[in-house]
Design a protein around this ligand. Structure first.
Ligand code: R5P
Length: 298
């Protein structure tokens, strides 16, 4: 077995390798003056079971598209080098939010990414808390696996909320299933059934509206659960409404902390007490000390 982690996901890959008692396999990556690149395994992969880790988010140096292209080429190079099976481990899968047509002639980018990965020769895809599980599963013809962070969140949360009256909240209709799954996890861990509520959220031409919350939040610890935080607008809106309705505490959990736009501004102003994310994306865009204090990376 061989385990590679491409450039920007190297430190994440090292943690995975350590957990498995392995070392990361060696490869070289070269950049050319014209912006092209090449990556080559420096170890023999013939007839090997190969795993490649690459989290597909934009950072200061590489765009999502750049990272995707590097992953596709590397998988193809592994297959050309006679790897028996290549599994792409993509902790954050890009384009997962564009999973359906919402207007005539809209693209379904999730499916196009799936086609590209299949064409590269990938045999298996593993990701984490993908935006829309059904769309993800239906987009691929090769086997896929979606890992979940909810148990990890639960273990971390218990001491924070066990003395309050916690309620679980989805900040939009689309996330209700996720909130219900999390409720099942937390119910087992807490040994008591928690209510699930949701907030309405409509998006039209980029403008978000909707304020109503179904359920009681007064004097409760509200746990907002989402798959990702991008601008932070969704969780900030939800936290505002909860606090106005008398919530005692508002925490937000999201597997992927993209923190795009001006996250410091949005989150610093927000009455959110704490934000938990996982390490699928390092929170490199957070700059402000007060915002950083609110965010815990598990
Ligand atoms: C939407 O359906 C997603 O689950 C997230 O709620 C959304 O993408 C978060 O974006 P933002 O942080 O920009 O509001």
């Amino acid at each position: 077995m061989k385990l590679f982690a491409l450039n920007k996901t190297r430190s994440f890959g090292e943690l995975v390798a350590k957990e498995l008692n392995l070392s990361l396999s060696l490869y070289e990556e070269r950049e050319f003056e014209d912006g092209e690149h090449k990556a080559r395994p420096l170890e023999n992969v013939r007839n090997q079971d190969v795993f490649v880790i690459h989290s597909l988010y934009s950072d200061g140096d590489q765009s999502v598209n750049d990272k995707l292209c590097r992953l596709l080429f590397f998988i193809s190079a592994l297959k050309d080098a006679s790897a028996k099976k290549v599994t792409a481990i993509i902790p954050y899968l890009c384009y997962a939010r564009k999973d359906r047509k919402t207007k005539s002639r809209d693209p379904v980018n999730t499916r196009y990414v799936a086609r590209l990965l299949e064409a590269s020769g990938a045999d298996n895809i593993v990701t984490m808390d993908v935006h829309n599980l059904q769309a993800f599963q239906n987009s691929f013809r090769i086997p896929t696996e979606n890992l979940e962070a909810r148990k990890l969140f639960g273990v971390y949360l218990l001491p924070l909320v066990k003395d309050d009256s916690p309620v679980i909240m989805s900040p939009d209709f689309g996330g209700i299933k996720r909130a219900e799954q999390f409720q099942r996890t937390l119910t087992k861990q807490l040994n008591k059934e928690l209510p699930v509520i949701f907030m309405e959220k409509y998006r039209s031409s980029g403008v978000v509206s909707g304020q109503r919350i179904t359920g009681d939040v007064k004097d409760k610890a509200v746990i907002i659960i989402d798959d990702l935080i991008s601008t932070g607008g969704t969780i900030a809106r939800a936290a505002d409404s909860c606090k106005k309705l008398g919530a005692k505490k508002v925490l937000a959990l999201a597997t992927h902390g993209l923190f795009t736009g001006t996250p410091d501004e949005t989150l610093q102003k927000s009455p959110l007490d704490q934000i938990l994310v996982t390490n699928t994306i390092p929170p490199f865009r957070l700059d402000n000390t007060r915002t950083k204090e609110k965010v815990t990376v598990l």
